[in-house]
Design a protein. Structure first.
Lengths: 321, 330
């Protein structure tokens, strides 16, 4: 286990380094950043001077070295737009995105597991068919459309939920989150549900497929022959055996939602990282984009590591090497 | 034998059918037998003869499209054929336990052996945690698993096939059930350990005074293990009786055929005898005797009238219009 952790940490560093190279090259080859800084009517002299001040006249490898040493010290540079450290900007927005993603994942999991278990254990029953049809909608409907429909029906027509923005923010254990206030919860339900729909549908379908496979196994019948209740057989004996693919998808989806909550955040004017990313792309605010990409890469690597460890807890036949 | 005593299990005209798209599979079609307390019965027949379905029916473990259509299963005077699921759950494990065919698949791979044993006791006894653990250790030891205390923490994949079947037997016996149904318990095992496991099973079951229904297609096993034998063919009982009598003087040509197809090293036949033909399609059984197409003694009446079970000798009955007399071959 220890060797595994070390090896994965080394892997993590390699992946992040590769991402840093890609990000650096992307920055360098997509237009000349100097024009982001100088006024539109700058003279050639002013441009050259800016180039010198920014270090853009030095060889590429040196520029990369400066960039990398900045990264290692947590210095990602100043946002061109906000004139603040880009890292702080992202960090400021991170809790908003994380809380929405966490709520979305909880909604997805809490609904997907029981519905998937039911549909897998009772294939062919009317309710199972209804669940499966619903999940097909969930997989195929685009998130932005679901969000817009929810706003139209629940926010505009019935006025049950607010249509946009984040609610009041409270502090729990030193973290500022809207989950600490009633208004925060009121605001988060619609965007979180919108974000969860696709994941809910996929997790449900994976759970069902796993359960259909598992219910045929002898140990399920043996458990029943021991006198275990139907519920006990499904959840106590079946579910854990069906869980490996579900957990894999869960991990991928979690990373996906954190990285690409952009659309939902835009629709609901949610002040998260995704919204900031979109704004930064419009304004070509490269330092912010760099921080974002590095952070997302880090999150993906960490989640995958945790999922790998989780496998060994779910199935004792799996060992990490 | 114990004719005056109320039998532990009395099955009458049991019918378990499967309603499939291609027709009704009458897997068990009018099966009756009695089993006394402590008695060991062999339930014998070819694959697809409905042997396992009888076992599952007794526990109410028939899943759709299967269904117990009619008949009666009296266990210690209590009707199980249409008992509510709640009651059946109490009976499963505590009164009637089952040992499955394949030990590689009948234990849950993600739970420790200890947890799977403990579950049985948690469901069916009032013992506290410590007492349950104690009982599990004793049980594992008595089925011949060394270092039982440690082995409770092991997962099934850390055991060999034979060891796993020992664990399965231990689980089945934990709650001291009065009836055990063993569905081909050694078929999936190495030949070298089959006898070992069978003897262990018989010893442990005798010790607890439980009855046993041994579902098998292996007459050699039957000869060694059981008191009485019930032969199934196409979902019906074709012959039943005390094991010695049936094996020495079978009255039904199908039983005769089964006996003849056992390899007999003493006689060194150039080739094993086999029953000609195959089991007919159970969804569309012909009129009359289901065995007649494979029977050399079949006559006109066999394709018209289905023979019923008729008493032949002491405790022995057969369902045949032309039962064999002693020593005759089919």
């Amino acid at each position: 286990m220890f060797a595994f952790t070390i090896r994965r940490l080394i892997q993590m560093v390699v992946v992040l380094w590769a991402v840093s190279v890609i990000v650096f090259l992307m920055m360098t080859f997509t237009g000349d950043p100097v024009f982001m800084v100088v006024p539109i009517d700058a003279t050639q002299g002013e441009i050259d001077q800016a180039r010198r001040i920014l270090g853009l006249d030095r060889p590429m490898i040196v520029q990369y070295g400066i960039f990398l040493s900045g990264l290692l010290q947590g210095d990602f540079g100043l946002s061109y737009v906000f004139r603040q450290p880009a890292f702080d900007l992202i960090l400021e927005r991170l809790p908003a995105t994380m809380e929405m993603v966490v709520v979305a994942m909880v909604i997805a999991t809490v609904l997907a597991i029981p519905l998937g278990v039911y549909a897998g254990a009772n294939p062919g029953k009317p309710l199972s068919r209804l669940i499966m049809s619903g999940s097909l909608l969930g997989v195929s409907l685009p998130g932005f459309w679901v969000g817009m429909m929810l706003i139209w029906v629940l926010a505009v027509e019935f006025r049950i939920f607010p249509s946009s923005g984040r609610g009041d923010i409270g502090t729990v254990l030193g973290v500022e989150t809207s989950l600490a206030t009633a208004s925060g919860w009121h605001h988060i339900i619609l965007p979180a549900f919108t974000l969860s729909v696709g994941t809910l549908a996929i997790l449900l379908r994976m759970t069902r497929a796993g359960m259909m496979e598992v219910t045929r196994q002898d140990y399920m019948k043996f458990a029943r022959a021991k006198g275990v209740s139907r519920r006990g057989v499904l959840y106590g004996h079946g579910l854990r055996n069906a869980l490996i693919p579900v957990v894999t998808i869960f991990g991928l989806q979690l990373g996906d939602l954190i990285a690409f909550a952009t659309i939902t955040e835009t629709i609901f004017a949610w002040p998260g990282m995704g919204k900031l990313l979109i704004d930064s792309i419009y304004r070509a605010d490269r330092p912010v984009i760099v921080v974002y990409l590095m952070l997302v890469a880090l999150i993906f690597v960490v989640i995958n590591f945790m999922i790998d460890v989780l496998y060994t807890f779910i199935d004792p036949r799996i060992t990490v090497k | 034998m114990t004719t005056e005593m109320q039998p532990l299990l009395r099955v009458r005209e049991l019918r378990t059918w499967f309603h499939t798209f291609s027709g009704i599979v009458k897997a068990v079609n009018g099966v009756s037998f009695d089993l006394a307390a402590g008695e060991v019965m062999g339930l014998v027949g070819e694959s697809g003869g409905g042997k396992s379905v009888v076992g599952y029916s007794l526990l109410g473990l028939i899943d759709p499209p299967g269904k117990i259509e009619s008949g009666s299963i009296l266990f210690d005077g209590e009707e199980l054929a249409n008992a509510p699921e709640r009651r059946l759950r109490e009976i499963r494990g505590r009164e009637i336990a089952m040992i499955f065919q394949d030990p590689m698949t009948s234990l849950n791979p993600v739970h420790t052996v200890g947890r799977q044993m403990d579950e049985m006791l948690r469901l069916h006894t009032e013992l506290d945690k410590k007492a349950r653990r104690q009982r599990c250790v004793e049980m594992l030891e008595s089925v011949g698993i060394a270092r039982a205390e440690e082995r409770l923490e092991s997962y099934p994949h850390q055991f060999s096939g034979g060891m796993r079947q020992r664990v399965v037997i231990a689980i089945a016996l934990l709650a001291k059930p009065r009836l055990i149904i063993a569905d081909e318990p050694t078929t999936a095992l190495d030949v070298t350990i089959q006898a070992q496991i069978l003897r262990l099973m018989r010893r442990e079951i005798r010790q607890q005074g439980a009855s046993l229904i041994l579902v098998t297609h292996d007459l050699a096993v039957v000869a060694e293990m059981v008191d009485k034998i019930t032969v199934l063919y196409c979902g019906r009982v074709v012959e039943t009786g005390p094991v010695r009598q049936v094996l020495e003087a079978p009255a039904h040509p199908y039983t005769r055929g089964l006996i003849d197809s056992i390899p007999d090293p003493a006689h060194r036949l150039p080739r094993l005898r086999q029953i000609p033909g195959t089991v007919p399609d159970i969804r569309a059984l012909p009129k009359g005797c289901a065995f007649r197409a494979r029977c050399s003694g079949a006559a006109a009446i066999c394709s018209e009238v289905e023979p019923s079970l008729v008493a032949r000798a002491e405790g022995q009955s057969a369902a045949c219009h032309f039962p064999l007399v002693s020593g005759e071959t089919a």
